[in-house]
Write a protein that binds this ligand. Structure first.
Ligand code: COA
Length: 374
């Protein structure tokens, strides 16, 4: 056995998956073999969610059934609604998401059943209820009345409706749908690996997703989309952008929304999301954020040859859609539940306890001295 340490498991292949792959031959992230940008162009989010969970794109009947199930499961228990109203208004919505799924686990009658069939039913419940819980907190913390989900609205339309009380125009909904498709899955990233690690002890799906949410919160992972917005707000106006980013690089700061463990010459999701960011900016008649975006990107590539990742365009897009900045990563959650769940089910199907080794560098063996002699 080699003693060589691969910090961060850099370059280590730990298992197999059928869910997704970055295919170098088409330079793209693929879900079950389909390029993510192709799915964005031809599908709505529910179709992609079905694909990730079931392995194939749905036909019309399968999609209808899937959508009906999701819409039927949206309602939250009174306990969760009351809890959400009581949560501190200052709580980060990622902590609300983490707590909400944990409470769902307490309430779910099938928590102990880890069969694929039961897990698929539980996934559907978590997938349908999470946006409702987050939207409830979105409003409750502002002292606004919680809005119940509507069965005649799509997944994305319903989320806007529950947060803002209205559904925006089709192009905005499409841009949101596209962001969900691009966020849905990304192989063995840190949150998915967390979910698989928890699953590997044969723990349950609610626990695995709770852990995955905690992992996604970090700024080096999902939290980056929020940090991008904080950066853009600090820059304030395009005239400041060039100086700001050069100073950040002179200070050797990590610039959020740039770089990636897998993509070293550009994240294949970025061009699609950048296009939709542009569409939303045009609809909202905003030029400021696009200009800041372009200047920072140009300097990052010229000075560091580091390209943006998908969090860079989603940050300002969600801002222009009207979402509070701390809701950007929770939006990532409502989408990534699909990818996490597919991996959790895959892990159960061919499980091996995940238990790596560590190279010990602590004290050598020593004898305990009694308290009165220390
Ligand atoms: C995503 C990330 C953690 C990948 O990390 P990694 O694969 O471990 O790569 P490293 O952090 O070792 O980066 C390699 C080099 O590029 C630099 N670098 C990478 N991303 C950078 C960034 N966003 N800003 C500035 N420098 C960066 C590192 O400082 C390092 O430089 P060095 O070799 O001189 O020390 C890293 O790029 C990062 O922190 N990005 C910002 C957070 C982010 O946007 N996360 C979302 C990912 S989807």
């Amino acid at each position: 056995m080699s003693d060589e340490i691969k910090k961060g498991l850099l370059g280590i292949v730990v298992d197999e998956t059928e869910v997704s792959k970055v295919m170098p031959e088409i330079n793209s992230l693929t879900y079950r073999g389909y390029a993510a940008q192709d799915l964005c162009a031809k599908c709505k989010f529910e179709e992609v969610a079905y694909l990730i969970l079931n392995g194939e794109l749905p036909n019309k009947n399968q999609l209808k059934k899937f959508e009906n199930q999701e819409r039927k499961e949206r309602k939250l228990s009174n306990t969760i609604i009351q809890d959400i109203k009581r949560f501190p208004k200052t709580a980060h919505p990622m902590d609300v998401a983490r707590t909400a799924v944990s409470i769902m686990g307490l309430e779910d009658k099938e928590t102990k059943d880890n069969s694929t069939e039961a897990n698929m039913r539980k996934v559907m419940r978590i997938f349908a209820k999470m946006p409702v819980a987050l939207a409830a907190f979105y409003r409750a913390r502002k002292g606004k009345k919680i809005i119940s989900p509507k069965k005649n609205l799509s997944f994305s339309e319903n989320f806007f409706y529950m947060c803002f009380g209205k559904v925006p125009n089709k192009e905005i909904v499409k841009a949101f749908d596209v962001s969900l498709i691009l966020y849905a899955e990304h192989s063995f990233n840190v949150s998915t690996f967390t979910a698989r690690t928890i699953t590997s002890s044969l723990s349950d799906i609610h626990g695995a997703i709770t852990g995955a949410i905690a992992s996604l919160k970090g700024p080096l992972h999902g939290g980056a989309n929020e940090e991008v917005m904080h950066m853009m707000k600090k820059i304030k106006k395009p005239e400041n952008a060039f100086k700001w980013i050069n100073k950040a690089l002179d200070n050797k700061d990590v610039v959020m929304g740039f770089g990636h463990r897998v993509y070293k010459s550009g994240d294949s999701r970025v061009p699609t999301m950048r296009e939709y960011f542009g569409k939303v900016a045009k609809l909202k008649k905003d030029k400021k954020f696009e200009k800041i975006y372009d200047i920072v990107e140009k300097v990052m590539i010229e000075r560091k040859n580091i390209h943006p990742n998908v969090d860079y365009p989603t940050g300002p897009t969600y801002h222009l859609m009207g979402f509070d900045t701390d809701f950007f990563t929770p939006i990532f959650v409502i989408s990534r539940i699909t990818g996490w769940s597919a991996h959790i089910i895959e892990q159960y199907a061919a499980n091996k306890l995940i238990r790596p080794l560590a190279k010990y560098k602590g004290n050598q063996h020593r004898k305990v001295v009694q308290l009165n002699q220390r």
